[in-house]
Design a protein around this ligand. Structure first.
Ligand code: F3S
Length: 103
């Protein structure tokens, strides 16, 4: 079992999640993060940290291409260990996601 980063992370990249991950399983590009399923220990510490609800358990999205996408991208991208500044417009995107009921 592992946790998965969803599309809600795109254009936000708040990175509060990485500050609580005990195994440094987050990898990222300029737009969003992904979780390495081979490292994630399923502790769930990151879930309440994300302001846009972008982290879910894989058992809740079985069959979703997001599961394979996280594994593939995590293998290709660098580890993100420290909190960084959110992307420009992240707060506005968060507000939109909330107003659309997607958080
Ligand atoms: Fe993305 Fe949420 Fe982490 S927006 S970078 S999953 S805190």
């Amino acid at each position: 079992m592992t946790h998965i980063v969803t599309e809600n992370c795109s254009s936000c990249r708040f990175t509060d999640c990485v500050s609580v991950c005990p195994v440094n399983c987050f990898h990222g590009d300029a737009d969003r993060l992904y979780i390495d399923p081979d490292l994630c220990i399923d502790c769930g510490a990151c879930i309440p940290k994300c302001p846009v609800g972008a982290i879910v358990e894989d058992i809740d999205i079985l069959g979703s291409p997001l599961i394979e996408l996280n594994a593939e991208q995590a293998a290709l991208l660098p580890v993100i260990k420290a909190k960084q500044s959110p992307l420009p417009g992240a707060d506005a995107r968060r507000d939109t996601l909330i107003s659309e009921g997607l958080v």
